[in-house]
Write a protein that binds this ligand. Sequence first.
Ligand SMILES: [Zn+2]
Length: 105
Amino acid sequence: MGDTWITDLTHFLNEDGSFPANIPGPALNLALFLSAIVAWVTSHAPDEYDETNVTCRRSPGRKRCLGTIVARLKDGEAVEWGCPVCGDNGVIRGWESTPWDRRDG
Ligand SMILES: [Zn+2]
């Protein structure tokens, strides 16, 4: 089964919302993955899990997972996501007012 990732997007970013120049590659990959989910969820705002346009980033047993991430917006504040294939899942907070917050207004 996959891991559960509790993440705060602001922890990956500079105060101006950009990525730090010295962010390690794996952290940058994770941040890009999480921000893509946030961008999708904040533009669709699904109450129930719905399929996003983000593909799973895991490669269990060195074989790339072919799952498509599902996600929803819980109580307007927590972005919950998961991969139906490998079970990787997590919760993203701290996405408000990042460059990927696509809510209107
Ligand atoms: Zn997966």
